[in-house]
Design a protein around this ligand. Sequence first.
Ligand code: M6R
Length: 568
Amino acid sequence: MCGIFGYIGKLDADSFLIEGLKNLEYRGYDSAGVAIVDNGKINVVKRAGKVSELKSELLKNKLAGTLGIAHTRWATHGLPTELNAHPHTDIDKKVTLVHNGIIENYLELKKEYNLKVISEADTEVIAALLAKINGKDNLEKLKKTCELLKGSYALAVIFSNEPNIIYLAKKESPLMVGESQDKILISSDANAFRKYCKNFYILKNNEFAKISDKKIEFFNKNKKINKQTNKFLNTFNFQNKNKYLMQDEILQTPDAIRETAQFFENFKDIKNYFKNIDKIYLVACGTAYHSCLFGKKYLDFLNVPIFAEIASEFKYSKPLITKNTLCIFVSQSGETADTISCVKKCKCKTLAITNVPNSSITFACKKTILMKAGWERAVASTKAYSCQLLIFYLLKCLLKEEKPKTKTLVSDAKKYLKTLNIKALALKALSYEKIMFIGRQGDYITAKESALKLKEISYINCIACPSGELKHGTLALVDEKTLVILISTQKSLKVKNDLTKKEIEARGGTCLIASPEEGADIKFPSLSRDLMPIISILPFQALACEVSILKGYNPDKPRNLSKSVTVE
Ligand code: M6R
């Protein structure tokens, strides 16, 4: 949610800033802006819309200068207009800044300090406050201002009286600094500057940085501090071949599975962490929550109570936590605010399952298992979901001391994706007013995830329902304008599922069966019960993507959503 990028170097900053923003666009894409310092003067250009709008403007009217900050926004306070876009400045243009996060007390601060602002954005209040606050130097002013802010922030700031320096501050919102021989780069996601830097610094909560072209200095509230650099983990070179990232990311699933399975070897010690546990809470949001529902199934042999919880609900519940409780937090990005806020409430064993090393969740939890799905940038989570299920399966095997039966999983997945042709189904789906995904047991979880995918990128009103529950109410929705996709992967449930199909057809609805059986409308490969969910989601991810494209949308950037939801 929102991306920050910064550059200090020897070349013009504009192209680095635009490249950085393009890499970060998955975090927000409703408006964007840059501030570039040219001979001591801070020039700001902002545009509503995608980063490409800003890029066109900068191509027409170039901004010179070798130091700059930039931002791509996902609107929280105020519409996605040019006025509300970042960078924000105070009325006298003493301070120019970009911000990720949310300032909860911005209205109180505005009133208390009588701040003059012209936009609806909470961020502008920070700029106005920073310009007003007294301090012996800019660092002290920044520290004092941050003490007054309630909420979350990653800030990159340029003061007009010190235009060769970028100041940073961080609390609950990620911020990193990358260093190469001739440039320093700043970003809210280290992947955005990975191409240029081998090493990078990660700011922790309540840390600050002062960066010039000569040096990077770090501070906490009281003093200057030394920080260790971090190295990027080696990653497999995931191929991008298609127009949309989501198409690529679905096709990358087999490689993501292989990489994740190999990397899991590094986390075998986690077995000890499961000793003497009295119960497990699995906590996450959206797609990651669906993987938790499967996690509960994979781990149920442990014979301890297991609860899968939606993070934004869990936060307000009263979990029965003891020192022997294990809370597992699943998050592709590792930055989801709802999920991270739950970690704080769990004074017990905590384990993160995430795709992003050094993400906030890895610092919040006591233990981490990393997936290796590769950078996932399309808003709709795809390959990471399959890897989350795989991790739960591998955990099951580890704890049961069984050898994972994954030998042919990668080739099976590759073969399956090669033969999968979803276009006809997508065209058919478009001719219905309502779409339902139904299934029993694990297939119901796949139905939930399939419905979420279709909703979020094609905006079709679509629900998931347990097959057996249909007749208890939801069947009332079924008519000739309804397409029902019945997921049926277990032989033992076939008879019941065939009955459900008849019920739907008797009401005029169309029911397509998705199963490994010959003649199925949507055919899965034959796989064990444990491995099936890792693959059975693929046709529905592809369906959602295809429908979105057929409707003329960009599946990578659905309306109203952002990849990494860093606000609660
Ligand atoms: O990064 P996370 O796994 O924590 O994200 C959780 C959800 O926001 C995410 O899965 C969301 O539901 C996706 N857009 C689904 O495709």
